[in-house]
Ligand binder design. Structure first.
Ligand code: RB5
Length: 143
């Protein structure tokens, strides 16, 4: 189950991602926002982050205008590793190395074509499981 959330800056791209996930038969839960009206990104970041740490959803995708505000807010929730990605290389690397559990996208930064490739890369890349990466992740969590 993939948790989705956005503010107004990411609303349109969230709708594209929903169509994409549906076309691939990937289950998702949309935590809003539910219209393109102005909305405060921390609210959606926190709802999605809690859905991921509580185990309701395996991973999350958050979208605001830049991906930055919404990822900063999500990363305040213990256990969340949210990564802003603007290309497939970083989407792959953040799964392999950081075991990122939330992908953050900028609806005003990446076009829908690239965004959907980034989503596929993020969802299809497993954590490497290598000891050095696990050790570094546990040091992040130890704060
Ligand atoms: C909203 O205008 C914009 O600030 C927000 O979507 C996001 O880009 C914040 O980081």
């Amino acid at each position: 189950m993939i948790a989705l959330g956005s503010d107004h800056g990411g609303y349109e791209l969230k709708q594209e991602i929903i169509s994409h996930l549906e076309s691939k038969g990937i289950a998702y839960r949309d935590y809003g926002s539910f219209s393109p009206e102005p909305a405060d990104y921390p609210e959606y970041a926190h709802i999605v982050a809690h859905a991921v740490v509580n185990g309701e959803c395996e991973k999350g995708i958050l979208i605001c205008g830049t991906g930055i505000g919404i990822s900063i807010a999500a990363n305040k929730v213990k256990g969340i590793r949210a990564a802003v990605c603007t290309d497939c290389f970083t989407a792959e690397a953040t799964r392999l190395h950081n075991d990122a559990n939330i992908l953050a996208l900028g609806g005003r930064v990446v076009g829908p074509g690239l965004a959907l490739k980034i989503v596929d890369t993020f969802l299809n890349t497993p954590f490497s499981g290598e000891e050095r990466h696990s050790r570094r992740i546990s040091k992040i969590e130890a704060v």
